[in-house]
Design a protein around this ligand. Sequence first.
Ligand code: 5GP
Length: 183
Amino acid sequence: MVLYTGCSGVGKGTIMKELLRRDDSIRLSVSNTTRKPRKGEIDGVHYNFVTRDEFIAAADDDGYIESAVYCENYYGTPRKQVEELLEQGFDVFLEIEVQGGIQVMEKYPGVLSIFIMPPSMEELERRLRGRGTEDEETIELRMKQAVKELEAAPRYKYLVVNDVVDRAVDEVLGILESCKSSL
Ligand code: 5GP
C-alpha cells in the first residue's frame, strides 16, 4: 500500500495517470465522496459519488480505512476494495489528503508514504486557476488548505517535487522499486 498525498492542484492526479499507464502492478483506490462530480468525472472510476447519508452509513459500518472532511465534503477510502486489491498482489495507491494520510500512518506505521510538493506556492496557485474547474471562492479556500497541508509534508517518508511530470513519475517509480520488498 502506498500513501500518496499532495495539495490540491499540485498535479498529483496527472502523475498518477502516468504511473498507472507505465506500471501495471499499480492500482488506484477509488474513494467515496460527497463532492459533486466535476465535468468529465465518472462515477465508479474517479470516485464513487455518494450522498452524505450513504457516506455516514458506510462509516458507521467501519467501511473506511480512513476518512476526512475536506473543503466541506466527505472523502473516504473503502476498506473492502483496498483489501481485495492488496490480496491480488497489486501496489495500491491511496491518493488522499493529509488528515486521512495521518490516520493511515497511525494505523499502518510502516506504510510507504509519498508527498508531492509544488515547485512554489505561486506555481500552485497558477495551476489551480489554470484547471478552470473551481470558482474564486473555492480557489482561495484550496490555497489556504494547501498551506496547511504542506505543514504535514515532513511526516511523509518521501517528498517529490512536481516540477516536470515525467521526472516526478520516474522518481516515484524509483521509490516504489527500491521499497518493494517492504510493501
Ligand atoms: P478533489 O475534490 O480535488 O478530488 O479532492 C480533494 C482532496 O481530497 C485531494 O487532496 C484528494 O487527494 C483528497 N481525497 C480524495 N479521496 C480521498 C479519500 O478517500 N480520503 C481522503 N482523506 N482524502 C481524499
